[in-house]
Design a protein around this ligand. Structure first.
Ligand code: TXA
Ligand code: MG
Length: 337
């Protein structure tokens, strides 16, 4: 099939919405990463998302809405904490897990009795959902296992020939996927860190915990709360190692251990000054690193890097999300100096 790149003018968005109404899969921009959208209530449409991505059937999809009023029809009960989070962080990069109503097909929820719901802040995303008139299931628009896409070109590279259209809304503002949380007792559990940080959620309740799977490699037989945690993720071809060190120690380490096929992921050019090594600058602070990380991981492949040494991000605020994604890209290889 031919994959059309669409702009964000009214006519193009109406066309994208029409495709969605007709059960087709469309690449759409959001503030976090690009999504591969389809009617969340249509089993065949959702099935086509799994096919296009090569995604395991038991990995549930997030359902995207454009108005708060859609929530009631999709989920069983809405805890008070969820209402507070919606008020504080929606529209925005936060996904909340609820008990699902029967209207959400098992294909969408990966066989679970819960469903993740998010109202994106990206205006183009909300306009497409609203024009389509149905909730939109959308995983990140990458092939399963690859870094999530933050530009329409990234989506095109992975999905050319697999979906009829991709809406080009420019570079994603946040760059890492939404924070995924669930509610347990009177607390919040972070299943996947994102731009809405633990510190942000602590404004709502003191009782916020980070799930074990966020920073630890789970053994294959662990029962996980979020199926996405157990799959291989964000993996470039290069063998990535995180180097947890200050700039001086980092420079000393790479001078000794890098070879001509190594590329360094750095915060600043000066991190590898004088080494003559190739490098990709992925940003000087956590926000920039979030926005650029996935593009940097894709670039590693484009330049044919065999090995990569990455400076370790901060583990607070949105930095925790950057660290969580980089850890998976590195297959949990970290050297602390
Ligand atoms: O920012 C985002 O969330 C992007 C954009 C497109 O909205 N979407 C996204 O979807 O990242 P995806 O499918 O790539 O990641 C969804 C994650 C997976 O790790 C999945 O296992 C988890 O959320 N998840 C979805 N529904 C869940 C549920 N009912 N219970 C636990 N985890 C769930
Ligand atoms: Mg994904």
């Amino acid at each position: 099939m031919e994959t059309k790149l669409l702009s964000t003018d009214d006519e193009s968005l109406e066309y994208a919405a029409e495709l969605l109404r007709n059960g087709k899969v469309v690449g759409i921009p959001t503030e976090t990463v690009y999504g591969l959208g389809a009617n969340a209530l249509d089993i065949n449409a959702v099935g086509d998302i799994f096919k296009a991505k090569g995604r395991p059937q038991d990995n549930p999809l997030i359902v995207h809405i454009s108005e708060l009023s859609q929530l009631d029809g999709l989920v069983e009960d809405i805890p008070d904490l969820a209402k507070k989070c919606a008020e504080a962080f929606w529209p925005g990069p936060l996904t909340m897990i609820f008990k699902k109503k029967a209207i959400i097909p098992d294909t969408t929820s990966g066989g679970l009795d819960t469903v993740g719901i998010r109202m994106p802040s990206n205006k183009v995303a909300r306009k497409i959902i609203s024009l389509a008139g149905v909730p939109i299931a959308a995983p990140s628009a990458n092939l399963s296992g690859s870094p999530s896409p933050t530009t329409a070109m990234h989506v095109f590279k992975d999905m050319n020939g697999r979906v009829p259209a991709i809406v080009d809304g420019g570079m994603s503002a946040v760059g890492v996927e939404s924070t995924v949380i669930n509610f347990e007792g009177d607390g919040i559990r972070i299943l996947r860190p994102g731009f809405i940080s633990k510190e942000d959620l602590t404004e709502i309740t003191d009782n916020v915990i980070i799930d074990k799977g966020v920073l630890e490699q789970l053994s294959p037989d662990t029962v996980v709360r979020s199926p996405g945690m157990k799959y291989r993720h964000y993996s470039p071809t290069a063998d990535v190692t995180i180097i947890d060190a200050d700039a001086d120690k980092f420079r000393a380490f790479i001078s000794e251990h890098a070879d001509s096929e190594t590329v360094c992921l750095v915060f600043d050019e000066s991190d590898c000054e004088g080494t003559g090594l190739r490098f990709i600058n992925y940003g000087a602070n956590s926000k920039q690193q979030a926005q650029r990380l996935f593009d940097a991981l894709r670039e590693l492949d484009e330049i044919g890097a065999k090995k990569a040494f990455a400076r370790c991000p901060e583990k607070t605020g949105v930095g925790l999300a950057v660290y969580n994604r980089l850890l998976r890209a590195a297959g949990f290889q970290v050297i602390k100096l």
